[in-house]
Ligand binder design. Structure first.
Ligand SMILES: C[S@@+](CC[C@H](N)C(=O)[O-])C[C@H]1O[C@@H](n2cnc3c(N)ncnc32)[C@H](O)[C@@H]1O
Length: 345
């Protein structure tokens, strides 16, 4: 185990975890027991042996946000995809910045008050709000399942790269590129998202004080990094307009592939292949098709379901990549996502 560099600027120390009103800071490593519970890597030995007949097709999430349904009713057509992402990003960010303990209290009072109203609609709404804030508290603050820093480190570590150039496609707030940059000091990040709100608000407001656990190559110790430590260019553009060559050591996407129906999956895989060096890595994660995720997207539909969305198994995700020219070199699942690290075949 590497020595630990104590960061005098942290109000808590490496090896510890603490809760803020909106999120968890976590500088722990997994114990072996926790690792085995939350991380499963390389469970599939030969991807060429899998077929769609064996693995089936992903589960499509069909409960949508009220905002999307209202827009479609009013305009009598499908919500344009770009607008649907703008709605999603705004709504999702509003949850990331909530002061959860005070909202838990507020929602509880609201629920109790609604009971005295004897109005079924009011009670139903209050129950929904109460359930959503509890679920968010559990998923994001208690379990840290969305950012999942320990699981993501387990997935991202061990790559053969030095001071990598990282391209993050559909970067939103940019979390995972920053986690990779902490593991591989000297990284340069290019984030791309065509919703300007992601650069101007989701990334801009990402907390400066959030600690990413990584390494210090000069002292061979663990070290914490923060958003401002990573040289980052944020491009507001459609991925389809990018004019880069095959120049990135790592091309990354998190929660992108599952938003495109099958006829578009080859194009999405190509977005990664196109910009990665021949020796580089494509890293993708997608939400897992597990019962608790199906329930999560049902309860949180109003917050999160503005776009086409699938939940898939690791085998299904791997097959999309494998049949579109990727060699899978590491795969596995962490708390709520599947993760694959692949190279161009
Ligand atoms: C589901 S989000 C990624 C999940 C992210 N980790 C989060 O917390 O929201 C996908 C992102 O990809 C962006 N996106 C989708 N299609 C795109 C395209 N063609 N070009 C650029 N960005 C795109 C969306 O605006 C959105 O912010």
């Amino acid at each position: 185990m590497l020595p630990i560099e104590i960061d005098q600027n942290e109000t808590f120390q490496l090896g510890e975890t603490t809760l803020t009103p909106s999120y968890r800071k976590d500088l722990r490593q997994f114990t072996e027991k926790e690792y085995n519970k939350f991380v499963k890597i390389n469970t599939i030995s030969d991807w060429s042996q899998l077929s769609w007949k064996d693995v089936g097709k992903p589960y499509e999430v069909k409960s949508f946000a009220k905002e999307k349904k209202d827009w479609e009713k009013e305009h009598d057509r499908s919500l344009p995809i770009h607008t649907s992402w703008q709605m999603f990003n705004k709504s999702f960010h509003e949850w990331f910045v909530k002061d959860v303990p005070s909202e838990l209290d507020e929602r509880k009072q609201q629920f109790l008050k609604s009971l005295t109203s004897f109005k079924p609609k009011e009670i139903k709404e209050a129950v929904g709000d109460f359930a959503r804030i509890h679920l968010w508290n559990y998923a994001h603050r208690v379990e840290d399942g969305i950012w999942d820093p320990r699981g993501k480190r387990a997935l991202f570590e061990g790559l053969d790269v030095q001071k990598p150039k990282i391209l993050f496609l559909g970067a939103a707030e940019g979390y995972e590129a920053m986690q990779i940059a902490a593991l591989y000091p000297g990284s340069e990040i290019v984030m791309v998202d065509y919703d300007p709100y992601c650069k101007d608000t989701r990334y801009a407001d990402f907390p400066d004080e959030y600690p990413f656990l990584g390494f210090n190559p000069n002292t061979s110790s663990y070290k914490t990094y923060h958003k401002q430590d990573f040289p980052t260019t944020y491009l507001v553009d459609d991925i389809r307009n990018l004019s880069f060559g095959k120049e990135f050591d790592i091309v990354l996407s998190v929660g992108l592939l599952e938003h495109f129906p099958d006829e578009m999956k080859p194009e999405v895989v190509e977005w990664h292949r196109k910009f990665v060096k021949p020796s580089g890595y494509m890293i993708l994660t997608t939400p897992r098709a597990q019962l608790k995720s199906k329930l999560y997207y049902k309860v949180m539909a109003d917050v999160m379901n503005h776009t086409y969305r699938e939940l898939m198994t690791l085998e299904q995700m791997g097959l999309y990549l494998y049949e579109n020219g990727a060699n899978i070199i590491k795969s596995g699942f962490i708390k709520v996502h599947n993760g694959i690290i692949a190279k161009v075949r």
